[in-house]
Design a protein around this ligand. Sequence first.
Ligand code: JFZ
Length: 412
Amino acid sequence: MTTKVPSYEERIKWFHKARFGMFIHWGLYAIPARGEWVMLQEQIPAEEYAELAKKFKPSKFDADAWVALAKEAGMKYMVLTTRHHDGFCLFDSQVSDFTSVKTAAKRDFVAEFVKACRRGRMKIGFYYSLLDWRFRGYHVGKDKDPGSVEAMVQQAHAQVRELMTNYGKIDIMWYDGGWVPELPREQIADYWRSRELNEMVRSLQPHIIINNRSGLEEDLDTPEQHVTASRPGRGWESCMTIGDSCGWGYIRHNPNMKTVTQLIQHLVNAAAGEGNYLLNVGPKADGTIQREYVERLRAIGKWMKVNGESIYGSQRCPFGGGIIGTTTARDNTAYLHVFRWPGEEACIPRVGNKVKSATILATGKRAKVHQLPNGRLFLRGLPTRPPDKHDTVIRLRLDGPPRAVPGDWMTK
Ligand code: JFZ
């Protein structure tokens, strides 16, 4: 019996409404606290690295606290590393003993995470790394150790089946680790037997969104550490760390933290391109999230409480943002996001609509609207100082869906 898979537009609808999610990189690597690549970067032998599992007993792990923080930030979904490149599973697996259920923790953290997300009405994503550094074949290549590569591929298929079967409705399958050192991109899907794998995923979870990291395009592009829009009509999600790009997993001293303003403007730029922003936290070994991340997420949430209508369900807006910022849209409304406050007057080009009103969301105050036939829109009577230091949003009520006038600047 073949399962009926809903259309792409149907499956991606909630994702476009959500716009903002939490990425969570957590596992044994939180113990050494030098990022999730520590095993490979410090060439730690698998047996030595496995000793960490004896110490992994996160006394303060509380999935409801993670969910509460994500909600406070204005996030609508959460993606957890069920298993990263080091091979350690945060879930119960019949094909591996290297799991949090069969070692010191004796807990199925994925199960606890899923239950907390459901209590918090959060959509759920599973990150799963296809590659597993513990398999010699991955490093020496299929020619030198075909048996090891086959065992690794079979592990991936079996564990993805466990994840798609044992935890109820899952909303995103977030593959990673598809790349193979000795192969060109076009051969990756065959190496992992990804067509067969994803057919199985869709048969078990027909509504699911699958990302583009199993060697196949599937449903979602995943620009990493940058905000780059995909073609109109294709879902995409920028994933990003708060600190240095090397540290998705917890790093004890991570000096280069992005500011709240930078993080909000990344989120806005993603929304302006009809994309999502998946912002990462790397909890400590005890399960708690570090203060610097909590403070930033709460500040973003404060901004989202006032301005979220310009983000959730956002559509591309054809108006120019000029130098002052960018624009998002939704139905018959456009939102001007002012990153660089110009003072008492703001001007943006290519506005083809009649603007019926302009309101600063942070204060509720109206701006005076003046429009020229060539599409230049002037907003006047603005305060000299920016009402919001991160991004002041001005809501423009329009006479219909946003439409641009052709840029006839200097061409007549
Ligand atoms: C991958 C992981 O290696 C990383 O640890 C983290 O989980 C991130 C979200 O995903 O990072 C990548 C992915 C792809 C490449 C490099 C790092 N690549 O294609 O060069």
